[in-house]
Design a protein around this ligand. Structure first.
Ligand code: FAD
Length: 281
């Protein structure tokens, strides 16, 4: 019996094959009895219908379903309509984000930052939704200072966020130190660590260069040394991420949120390692 809860993040698939693959991944991850499955949302509404379809399918299957919603390049009218649809469909949880401006485009939306979207959701829908927001233990790439980024997280809480999910990290100390700073700033909502399994070093390095999550030098060099040997790379990645989860759980985190990239295998291995480790305590 797990002493911690899980949640799993998917992206909305584009093809019939992708939809089938995701159904299979979801069925395999369901055995961990996650609190919810979340589904990402393309900035500017590019995945609006696919996010909605995927979320409603998850809900019909009887699982907790949480759409992500991002505000950049969106109007208040568009967001209002989306909120009404989710409310009508009985969705109760939203992962609420600013989103990223596609390169070169200037945002013509009504919102500049996620805190404004949180405020808008509360004004429009009261306490209907549990609102999750993003947090950054290694700080958001656009943050002027660490303190400014923490102040932004506090603003999101003050506007009505219930909990936060972090950007992924491989350095547990960055997360622990971040929690201490949140405590100092009276950020009291739960801040659930986001866990990125290691599937592929090229892809991971690309994500990290965009979102500012550091791949420690020792880890990057070890991963690069596997070259095309993906089997060994994944086995090593499973060890590293299982240890990270063990460290977080030993410290007392009650929940883990996994970035699945719509795959179940590696995460299943990680969660089975964690269970095996905790049963030996
Ligand atoms: P904000 O909280 O608005 O912060 C953005 C930046 O602005 C920060 O640097 C902050 O310090 C700064 N800032 C905030 N307010 C002010 C102010 N008043 N003055 C000056 N600076 C300010 N993206 C998607 O497009 N779709 C998704 O589905 C998605 N899911 C995600 C899920 C998680 C768990 C996480 C961690 C990220 C996700 N993202 C997603 C990425 C996210 O949209 C980007 O990281 C984006 O750049 C910032 O979003 P935010 O909600 O953190 O923005």
């Amino acid at each position: 019996m797990s002493t911690f809860t899980t949640s799993f993040e998917f992206f909305p698939p584009k093809t019939a094959e992708g939809i089938e693959k995701l159904r299979d991944a979801r069925a395999r991850l369901a055995k961990f009895e996650p609190e919810f499955f979340s589904v990402t949302f393309g900035a500017g509404g590019s995945t609006r219908d696919r996010t909605m379809d995927t979320v409603l399918e998850i809900q019909r299957e009887g699982y907790g379903a949480a759409p992500h919603i991002s505000c950049i390049s969106s109007s208040k009218e568009e967001i209002r309509a989306l909120l009404q649809s989710y409310q009508t469909q009985g969705i109760k949880r939203l992962v609420t984000l600013r989103g990223d401006v596609p390169s070169g485009e200037v945002s013509a939306g009504d919102f500049r930052y996620a805190a404004e979207l949180v405020e808008f959701i509360r004004v429009e829908t009261g306490g209907h939704f549990h609102i999750e927001v993003a947090a950054y233990p290694e700080f958001h790439p656009e943050a002027r200072t660490p303190q400014a980024d923490l102040a932004n997280l506090k603003r999101k809480q003050d506007m009505g966020a219930n909990s936060a999910i972090t950007q992924y990290f491989y350095n547990a100390d960055a997360y622990f130190r971040f929690l201490e700073q949140c405590d100092d700033m009276a950020i009291t909502m739960p801040i659930v660590p986001g866990i990125m399994p290691i599937y592929n070093i090229t892809q991971l390095a690309r994500f990290s260069s965009i979102c500012g999550a550091e791949i420690p030098r020792w880890l990057k060099m070890r991963l690069e040394a596997y070259g095309d040997d993906m089997v060994s790379l994944r086995a090593f990645g499973i060890d590293v991420v299982s240890e990270l989860c063990d460290t977080l759980l030993a410290w007392g985190v009650p929940s883990l949120h996994f970035y699945t990239l719509n795959q179940a295998g590696v995460i299943t291995n990680i969660l089975e390692n964690i269970s095996a480790d905790s049963s030996q305590l």
